[in-house]
Design a protein around this ligand. Structure first.
Ligand code: M6R
Length: 610
């Protein structure tokens, strides 16, 4: 998730690109940069770590006038946020500059090839620099051809923009699995990763498809398919305002991020698997012996990340055959936990800046634990202070209420369990394959759930006036209940409470009376009958029950007033699917109540205080 903007025309490219990047800052903001093709000076690159303001400050004193340029705002994947790793990247001659959104999966192989065969010297740790050098080694006077040859060698996802000092009137862009659009102006044209970057200047857009190449001049845009045949594309007229465009037409970032979950889950998973279905965790360097030496795993986190840890316990204990404790970071720090060099400490954090989690990590490290973090923000404090890092690759999460970070954290939990179990040899080939197949099927199942949005919205209209809600569940469903309950309370301000269903009768059931709303998660086949009994218990006290169950378990309809169905899947992986309808329900309930969904009161996205 990065943002790219390019301009070719007769105005000052610098102002247009900087303005476009600012409008894309929500896509990534750890560094930014610009490359301009300046008369008599050739390609000039300026880039800076941090927000776009830092880049603006850097170039403020310079007169960088050009009619063609490309810019980038970065969300780091390969290489920490730094000036050197910021885009654009150039080839050895410095005449070719590239911006890139996506991940080049075979970049290490290509890097080796470029170093060994072409004596290339790399200046950054990024996968993107490989693209610039590839184009450079293939360039013989035709930038279009050179980009074509480079793309043939690249595997992965990319939206790229390329300019060349020797062909100042041209820009080349290519797309595969990363967004790319072209803006059509009068005597000027644009490229961008997203519509908001261009709305100030153009409303007529070409939406570029996978494996298409675009050649832009100031007065012309040509699109070619993978076979280099010209493509005719209909113009898309954008009618959204800038604010709606940032949210890609969704009313709130939270809803947009809920809808991004199939992609987030797929990316986190697929990009960590080789062609044989084996998990390759490039940020984790643990030997079989080290993994075998751990006699305990601690998972420590806060809020939603803690709830992901609760599922992690189920997954890692089962798959890696080791005892797992889960703790909230603020408690862990002050209870002098028993930790030594045989402990694996897993910190989970979307932001990587949560102070409680960071301090818990430091405490564990000081006592000799091996620290593995599961983090969304590359180069964040938690990532930097860990021995091993497993990035969630959910992309920037803007809404305070965490959604896509949670589901990608869950994927990481399963992958860590599978990775450890595989290395230890405690996992049969059959079970391993079963999990992989089930996980690979999850993105489509989430899409099935998303299709029920209208139905869930209707349910929200029925329920939004409630002032008290109980979530109940068993097994992994109890952990999902905690997350669903947190989601509802933080954005709708409804007093919501979650409890393991079997624990109800030990006290909490005293609060159930006529018409109390109970949301019962009953997604576990092996615990389904037990859940039906728990539902009967609350029904007997007059509760109004909304059930969540797999679509074959229709007998829940005899107990529950309303039912949300999720597609069939293996009990163990249901959390990644079953939380989604409850995120949607929380969203629409909060919307009905007129709440400020993306910025709930009293909350911050990143909690950097104790
Ligand atoms: O950035 P982190 O994952 O470390 O943040 C942890 C919690 O503050 C966070 O999950 C919080 O609970 C969210 N608002 C939940 O939606």
């Amino acid at each position: 998730m990065c943002g790219i903007v390019g301009y070719i025309g007769d105005s000052n490219a610098t102002d247009i690109i900087i303005d476009g990047l600012k409008r894309l800052e929500y896509r990534g903001y750890d560094s930014s940069g610009i490359a301009l093709n300046i008369k008599d000076k050739g390609i000039q690159v300026r880039k800076k770590k941090g927000r776009i303001q830092n880049l603006e400050d850097l170039i403020a004193q310079e007169n960088l006038y050009s009619n063609v340029g490309i810019g980038h705002t970065r969300w780091a994947t390969h290489g920490e946020p730094s000036d050197a790793n910021a885009h654009p990247h150039t080839d050895m001659s410095g005449k070719i500059a590239v911006v890139h959104n996506g991940i080049i999966e075979n970049y290490l192989t290509l890097k080796e090839w470029l170093i060994n065969e072409h004596g290339v010297v790399f200046k950054s740790e990024t996968d993107t620099e490989v693209i610039a050098h590839l184009v450079g080694v293939f360039y013989d006077g035709d930038i279009e051809k050179a980009v074509g040859k480079a793309v043939e060698k690249m595997q992965g996802a990319y939206g790229i923009g390329v300019i060349c000092a020797d062909e100042p009137g041209k820009m080349v862009a290519v797309r595969k699995d990363s967004p790319l659009i072209v803006g059509l102006g009068q005597g000027c044209n644009f490229i961008a990763s997203d519509i908001p970057a261009l709305l100030k200047h153009v409303r007529q857009i070409y939406l570029i498809e996978n494996n298409e190449t675009v050649i832009l001049t100031a007065n012309d845009v040509k699109i070619y398919n993978a076979d280099h045949k010209p493509v005719k594309r209909d113009v898309f007229n954008v009618t959204w305002d800038a604010d709606a465009a940032e949210k890609e037409g969704y009313d709130h970032f939270m809803l947009k991020e809920i809808h991004e979950q199939p992609d987030g889950v797929r990316d986190t998973l697929v990009r960590r698997m080789d062609e044989n279905g084996e998990i390759v965790l490039d940020g984790i360097n643990m030997t079989k012996e080290e993994i075998e030496s751990f006699n305990k795993v601690y998972i420590v986190a806060c809020g939603t990340a803690y709830h992901a840890g609760l599922i992690g316990k189920f997954a890692i204990e089962k798959l890696a055959n080791v005892s797992v404790e889960v703790d909230v970071a603020s408690e862990f720090r002050y209870r002098d936990p028993f930790i030594d060099d045989k402990t694996l400490f897993i910190a989970i954090s979307q932001s990587g800046e949560t102070l409680d989690t960071l301090e818990a990590l430091r405490e564990a490290k000081a006592k000799g634990a091996r620290v593995l973090s599961v983090v969304n923000v590359v180069g964040s404090s938690v990532a930097r202070e860990s021995d091993d890092v497993f990035y969630t690759w959910a992309g920037p999460e803007i809404a305070v209420a965490s959604t896509k970070a949670y589901t990608t954290q869950l994927v990481c939990m399963y992958m860590i369990g599978l990775y450890m179990g595989r290395k230890k040899g405690t996992l049969s080939d059959e079970l391993y394959k079963k999990y992989i197949d089930e996980l690979l099927a999850v993105p489509e199942k989430i899409k099935e759930v998303l299709k029920q949005e209208k139905k869930i919205k209707k349910l929200a209209k029925k329920l939004y006036k409630r002032e008290q809600v109980f979530f109940i569940g068993r097994g992994v469903d109890s952990a999902v209940s905690y997350e669903a309950s947190l989601k509802l309370k933080e954005i709708s301000y409804i007093n919501s409470f979650a409890i393991a269903a079997g624990e109800l009768k030990h006290g909490t059931i005293a609060l159930i009376e006529q018409d109390t709303l109970v949301i019962a998660l009953a997604s576990q086949d092996r615990l389904f009958d037990k859940m039906l009994s728990n539902i009967q218990e609350v029904k007997a006290r007059g509760a109004y029950v909304v059930g969540v169950a797999k679509e074959n378990n229709t007998s829940i309809e005899q107990q529950a007033e309303d039912v949300i169905y999720i597609p069939e899947c293996m009990d163990e992986v249901t959390p990644i699917v079953s939380v989604v309808p409850l995120q949607i329900l929380a969203y629409y309930i909060a919307k009905q109540r007129g709440c400020d969904i993306d910025k709930p009161k009293n909350l911050a996205k990143s909690v950097t205080v104790e």
